[in-house]
Write a protein that binds this ligand. Structure first.
Ligand code: AMP
Ligand code: ZN
Length: 113
């Protein structure tokens, strides 16, 4: 079966895509935890933050820029929003292809759950 998010990138698994550029794809989370909940993924497969090397710097920079564009497009910039990257089991990472959660449309709490 392989990587779920690579399959979404290859359009083998359907998703509601809201943004795409040369480096990243963004689509709506199937189990949203906020009024806006979009996942932004790099087109290059990297499993997790703990795998990052200096060679991934451009990929990760482009990923954050894509997340910023998604937030703008979703109308979140004025009120603010939260970006989340879960790494490993303790953080609750379930899909092993790096993804930024773009969460907005409600007041976020701190500390996170
Ligand atoms: P994480 O727990 O940080 O690894 O986040 C994985 C996210 O992927 C969860 O919020 C899931 O709801 C979401 N997810 C899982 N499968 C799909 C899918 N097919 N399409 C969209 N989102 C998904
Ligand atoms: Zn992948």
């Amino acid at each position: 079966m392989g990587c779920l998010f690579c399959n979404i990138l290859e359009r083998k698994v359907p998703a509601t895509v809201v943004y795409e550029d040369d480096h990243a794809l963004a689509f709506r989370d199937i189990r949203p935890v906020a009024p806006t909940h979009v996942l932004v993924i790099p087109k290059k497969h990297v499993a997790a933050i703990h795998d990052l090397e200096p060679a991934h710097a451009e990929t990760m920079g482009n990923l954050l820029i894509a997340a910023r564009r998604v937030a703008d497009q979703e109308g979140l910039t004025k009120d603010g929003y939260r970006l989340v990257i879960n790494d490993g089991d303790a953080a609750g990472q379930t899909v092993h292809h790096i993804h930024v959660h773009v969460l907005g449309g409600r007041q976020m709490t701190w500390p996170p759950g």
